[in-house]
Design a binder for this molecule. Structure first.
Ligand SMILES: Cc1cc2nc3c(=O)[nH]c(=O)nc-3n(C[C@H](O)[C@H](O)[C@H](O)COP(=O)(O)O)c2cc1C
Length: 178
């Protein structure tokens, strides 16, 4: 097994810190797409977070899932929501991903969004989006897992934005054979 940090370099860390770093590093080997998940609360305040924990679950019924840290600013809004929207980001949307990976309160300012199912904010020009009603939520340690039932969806043909090893990435065009 390859360790990112050798034992000699971690003397200032506790054993559990070392395990956490190794765990994160191992988790980061898994390449994912990047999404922004949005919702709106009863007062009309809009929320959105960058998330790569998204995955498809079921075709019939159509279900998807993602998870959010309990420490995130928007956790209560997602726990109480009727609906949320998952936007699969295109390769051109790295700046948007960075904006929604921050905890600022005005992430939506200046963006072209419209209200979808239950008033949930929808972005244009994503690779795909899924409008979901909240089907269930589950305890997931320091995260909450949200299961959504897809009510509407749309997709284009944009190349996806990727995330791997803590960095954004893009699909490399495969070389054409002569
Ligand atoms: C590529 C990427 C993927 C992320 N995926 C998740 C995720 O799946 N779950 C999560 O809780 N945070 C994730 N984050 C971190 C959140 O986007 C970040 O904590 C954000 O500030 C949460 O917004 P909030 O504090 O306004 O709720 C991710 C960040 C990046 C850059």
């Amino acid at each position: 097994m390859q360790h990112a940090v050798s034992a000699g370099e971690v003397t200032s860390l506790t054993m559990s810190d070392f395990d956490a770093l190794e765990f994160r590093s191992a988790l980061g080997r898994f390449a994912t797409g990047v999404t922004i998940v949005t919702t709106v609360d009863a007062a009309g305040e809009r929320y959105g977070v960058t998330a790569n924990s998204y995955n498809s679950v079921s075709l019939d019924p159509p279900l998807v899932l993602w998870s959010l840290a309990k420490t995130s600013r928007s956790i209560a809004a997602f726990e109480d929501c009727e609906a949320f929207a998952v936007h699969i980001l295109g390769a051109h949307q790295e700046e948007l991903a960075k904006r929604f990976a921050s905890s600022s309160a005005d992430k939506f300012s200046g963006l072209d969004v419209h209200a979808g199912l239950h008033g949930v904010p929808l972005f244009e020009e994503c690779a795909a989006h899924f409008e979901c009603t909240l089907e269930n939520r589950f305890e997931g340690g320091d995260h909450v897992i949200f299961l959504g039932r897809v009510e509407h969806f749309a997709h284009g043909d944009a190349a996806p934005l990727l995330f791997h090893d803590g960095k954004f990435a893009r699909v490399e065009a495969s070389e054409k054979k002569a």
